[in-house]
Design a protein around this ligand. Structure first.
Ligand code: PLP
Length: 395
């Protein structure tokens, strides 16, 4: 006998991975220049140069036993101190090293947080469409109930009447992701203020805190003058899940953290529950070498020029052809209304032209498709006639 939930998760096809594999195969058949793969969100800008320099220096000059050894579970004191100091300075809110639990990226940070908040009664976790598809298994595999709020498909901000109607006495947390994967939209300060007052009100009504889980792997990826509000300053019961996968282009190195600020209700107990949840999932420590690197690079930010150039070319060209899409201000995705209204059908049709785009079904928006523009500029240029041809042909 096997765990049916796990078997189902392990055998369900990942549409994104499947498209990516298809692209690799097609490249062998028709040549890489004739495949336009927008499927996978793998950063395409190199890590800031300080990152590789730090790796070389650490490997050359620090004790190899220490560099490759176990660290304490929440992370080395130097990474906790460096990141706490950086956050304190940037957001003018005191963050202590003891508020930070380092994990192997945002995904384990989210699961540890959700697991820590899943209590015996069927705990409900609300996500706002479009949402990162993994939230659903993260919640359900910990015994929780996943509740989705439909998207505001014009602005991709939050539909508050629907959110308010969905909060119940069993709601443990609302999960938000801004800058957003897949829409690229950044929640405005106004949105965050309305959200905070709604949750404050509901927490009072039900007599327990409703936590806000802010999933922020794209915090540093914003364009122009856009700023990302630091959510704990607006809503005290906020837990931040962060990752260096995108900000330092280190997705394969697996490093991120859970931030439980002091303003969270019972913050020390919650921090301990996060540590316990991580332990229950086999967390020992994040990779020791990369902890040392982040400790030295905590103040480095990515150079977004290449992403911004891709974003501008795609947004301007596709909207000129007649595609509809909210202007993305962050992350590296565009979420576009599928001509004909069925993103799966559009994705299948595009695949015939070797244009690989992800249908929005798993993000909770079946009428939209996602493209990741962390790709070569030249590939975008080559793909534009295909986008144009498709919209002309679709009903
Ligand atoms: N949350 C969102 C919204 C993401 O897009 C991703 C990765 O793409 C993650 C979490 C997981 O990030 P990590 O690689 O740090 O586990």
């Amino acid at each position: 006998m096997l765990n049916a939930k796990m078997l189902s998760l392990g055998t369900t096809r990942s549409c994104i991975r499947e498209l990516f594999e298809y692209g690799l195969n097609q490249a062998r058949i028709v040549g890489a220049d004739h495949v336009y793969d927008y499927s996978l969100g793998n950063p395409s800008i190199p890590s800031p140069s300080g990152v590789n320099a730090a790796i070389c220096d650490i490997v050359t000059h620090e004790s190899s036993l220490a560099v490759h050894g176990y660290t304490s579970a929440p992370g080395l004191s130097e990474i906790r101190q460096a990141v706490a100091q950086d956050l304190t300075q940037r957001f003018q809110m005191e963050i202590r090293p003891e508020n930070l639990f380092f994990t192997c990226g945002a995904a384990p940070a989210l699961i540890a947080t959700i697991k820590a908040l899943c209590i015996e009664r069927a705990s409900e976790f609300i996500a706002i469409a479009p949402y990162f598809p993994e939230y659903k298994p993260f919640v359900e595999c910990n015994g929780g109930t996943f509740v989705a709020i439909p998207a505001d498909t014009q602005s991709f901000q939050i539909r508050f009447p629907e959110l308010e109607a969905s909060v119940t006495p069993k709601t443990q947390a609302v999960i938000i992701n801004s800058p957003n994967n897949p829409s690229g939209v950044v929640y405005t300060q106004d949105t965050i203020q309305v959200l905070s007052s709604l949750l404050t009100h509901k927490s009072q009504e039900y007599g327990h805190p409703i936590y806000l889980i802010a999933d922020e792997p794209y915090r540093e990826l914003v364009y122009g003058q856009v700023t990302v509000p630091f959510i704990p300053k607006f809503y005290p019961d906020t837990i931040v899940c962060y990752s260096y996968s995108k900000s330092l282009s280190l997705p394969g190195e697996r490093i991120g953290y859970v931030l439980v600020p002091d303003c969270v209700t019972d913050s020390q107990a919650l921090f301990a529950a996060v540590a316990g949840a991580a332990r229950a999932m086999g967390h020992v420590c994040p990779p020791s070498l990369i902890q040392r690197v982040v400790a030295r690079c905590a103040t480095l930010r990515p150079d977004l020029e290449a992403y911004d150039r891709n974003r501008t070319l795609l947004y301007e060209s596709l909207t000129a052809y007649g595609y509809e899409c909210a202007k993305p201000e962050g992350a590296f995705y565009l979420f576009i209304k599928a001509p004909g209204g069925d993103s799966q059908a559009f994705s299948e049709r595009a695949k015939q032209e070797n244009l690989l785009v992800v249908p929005g079904n798993d993000f909770g928006c079946p009428e939209f498709f996602r493209i990741c523009y962390c790709v070569d500029y030249e590939m975008i240029q080559r793909s534009l006639p295909v986008f144009q041809k498709l919209i002309q042909q679709m009903p």
